[in-house]
Design a protein around this ligand. Sequence first.
Ligand code: URP
Ligand code: ZN
Ligand code: ZN
Length: 467
Amino acid sequence: VNATGTAQADVLIDGETIAAVLAPGSTLLGFDLASNVDQVVDATGKYVIPGGIDAHTHMQMPFGGTEASDTFETGTRAAAHGGTTSIIDFVVQYAGENILEQYNLWQEKAAGQCAVDYGFHQILSDVQDSSLTAMDELINEGVTSFKLFMAYKGVFLSDDGQIVKAMQKGAENGALMMMHAENGSVIDLLVQQHIERGETSPFYHGTSRPWQAEEEATHRAIMLANLTGAPLYIVHVSAKQAVEQIAAARDNGQNVFAETCPQYLYLSLEDQLGASSEEWGDFEGAKWVCSTPLRSKHEGHQGHMWQGLRTNDLQVISTDHCPFCMKGQKDMGIGNFSKIPNGIGSVEHRMDLIYQGVVMGEISLPRWVELTSTTPARMFGIHGKKGVIQPGADGDVVIYDPNGHTSIGVDKTHHMNMDYSAWEGFEIDGHVDTVFSRGRKIVDDNSYLGKKGDGAYFKRGLSQYLI
Ligand code: URP
Ligand code: ZN
Ligand code: ZN
């Protein structure tokens, strides 16, 4: 299965690369394949897909007074189990830090640790003049996309002038500008008002970040990109009104792209409000505190995300994998939801959760591959090596069994370093059987055969969506 369609085929992997894709039973230079290769893997009745590419993860990210609980080692191993063979993580710059130093630091963190291949985006918080020249240097290092924030004052937020400055640079050097589009001042005020009224439970995380704050910031980001000519990619979209802004900009001919995440397809604010347990009471809802937040199902956002994925108003599905444990991390926000570290862990389940969209009839089989692998590869400049099953591509190949089954839960299918699962109880009509990363079999029938350090850094080119 490629993004372009499906066919019955034999896939020949030689060393780290795909050497040929042949009609079943073909001979190569007169040799019968099956009896002349070291190993034959029978995938009859199963889908052979390019390995998943999760273009939005935060392994061991220092954030919210703690650090995301998956290391590069545990997070990429979990990714491998779930059929994801590439991640693009974020180098973090907090205000005052030097982005080249931060980039080197992140390279050190990941070196020798990863189970699958990895690349980096760079977060820009305060847009220093020195960062602008450093952006050119980072592009030479294969970091060709930069994330800006319209929320998180004092942590990441850039003001509109700083955003324009960075976008002008992106327009000049071709970097893709990524945006966390939520109106931070509005959110900060609503948070403060909730807390003053004694409304402190996790549910109010969602009501303090209403769709209007996402729509407004999405529109503003689009206009600033329009002003500067920079290509724009909106991350973790959850509001249907934000999708409408993105669709309108695309119809207008602007280079605007966007991703959504599994949580915005399957989970709602009402799920969070209704969540309660003996252990945590209504603080149970902290498990799903992420930004942008889960949205009300009565407003139809979830269905609109599926629609946008079908019609290409949304082009990519990433996880925004940013896991925190309940004990010792999320529980910092008991009595004040704004102190709950923001993030959900899903890197292991993205391929399964979106395959379930095929089962439900929301998207087609090739579209599943396109959203989770091929388009992320093209969007972030690694297509050809990644995101496709064709001669010359890396041997990143997943055998997916549509007749298999996956039960998700912290005591079931779970390799992420978390003390709970945001996806507890989800049942998937499909299963990741075998995973190859650059030709090596790293997962076979739920067992991990790889080792840390198998994964290598990939330098990315400019987005292949831009001329
Ligand atoms: O809740 C989230 N999304 N945490 C990760 C940081 C970000 O904004 O992507
Ligand atoms: Zn964000
Ligand atoms: Zn993120």
